[in-house]
Design a protein around this ligand. Structure first.
Ligand code: SAM
Length: 293
């Protein structure tokens, strides 16, 4: 396989020249040209021939080739039709690998899973994501509650740090809570911008999200829980009391103090100090008090 690996500067440039391909910045096209980083991504995904892999944005197929070597079934979704003939050539001898032309944000992923992954023992998403849509893609994967084992993705370093952040720091916010509600995050490695063609302006990181069997906290109404989290982070410099007053209405400010007291939470704290358990406690108490609905 390694003789044909395309994740080298030389092979990538050859393929691009052969097809007259020009990069579209608007589609987040930064292709990986480093074998070592690919090894780390693929190792983190813990694939074997009984498993399926979904790749989002295969580009010219650098990672897809490696997934095809490790997994039993691979499906790669690529939005740019100019890349489809390149992928067909690069993946020509990989019968268990399918390229789907489409926008992952518009695809019916439940249907795709039913069609493509019915015979596998587990599915992971493994991708070097287009950075302009990282969060919408990840939130779609998580909110649709797809039966996933891991999500191993290369994303912007700063976004990876926010996803993995613990309470108390400035990186911790509603994205950290949303990701940690569904997954256990682990930073795999930091990746310099020099391992891509063309080079992005930012550094990247590989993050591994291990999907939980059930969410980190038990809340009766998920949508309401996330609205409360958003409200607590609405203005980061404001206290919980102030942010939540905007959420429940000024006229219920006193009741709000009582609710926070019943949760044993100091109203002068800020959202960034709250654990998932504390967010859950507040959301349940507000709901029981019929506030903020
Ligand atoms: N996997 C390749 C690699 O590692 O070299 C390419 C990664 S590049 C960062 C992101 C890829 O995602 C590009 O091929 C781009 O065309 C594709 N892409 C961008 N938006 C997409 C979308 N909404 N749905 C599917 N693919 C998309």
């Amino acid at each position: 396989m390694s003789g044909h690996d395309i994740a080298t500067p030389k092979r990538t440039k050859e393929i691009i020249a052969k097809y007259g391909f020009s990069f579209k910045k608007s589609l987040g096209q930064n292709f990986l040209i480093d074998q070592n980083i690919l090894n780390k991504i693929v190792a983190a995904a813990e694939l074997d021939k009984s498993k399926g892999a979904l790749e989002i944005g295969p580009g010219i197929g650098a990672l897809t080739q490696r997934l095809a070597a490790e997994a039993g079934t691979v499906t790669a979704v690529e939005i740019d039709n100019r890349l489809i003939p390149i992928l067909e050539e690069v993946l020509a001898d990989q019968a268990h690998t399918t390229v789907v032309h489409g926008d992952v944000l518009k695809l019916d992923l439940k249907q795709l899973f039913a069609d493509r992954f019915k015979d596998v023992s587990g599915v992971s998403v493994v991708a070097n994501l287009p950075y302009y849509v990282t969060t919408p893609i990840l939130m779609k994967l998580l909110e649709e509650k797809l039966p996933l084992e891991y999500i191993v993705v290369m994303i912007q370093k700063e976004v990876a740090e926010r996803m993995a952040a613990k309470p108390g720091g400035k990186e911790y916010g509603s994205l950290s809570v949303a990701v940690q509600y569904y997954c256990v995050p682990q930073l795999v490695c930091i990746v310099p911008h020099t391992v891509f063609i063309p080079q992005p302006n930012v550094d990247s990181a590989v993050i591994k999200l291990s999907l939980r069997d059930k969410p980190a906290v038990d809340v009766p109404d998920e949508a309401f829980f996330f609205r409360v989290v958003q409200a607590c982070f609405a203005q980061r410099r404001k206290t919980l009391a102030n942010n939540l007053t905007a959420f429940v209405g000024k006229e219920r400010r006193e009741e709000l103090s009582a609710v926070l007291a019943s949760c044993d939470i100091d109203p002068i704290r800020r959202g960034e100090t709250l654990s998932l358990d504390e967010f859950a406690k507040i959301s349940i108490a507000l709901m029981e008090a019929g506030m903020g609905r």
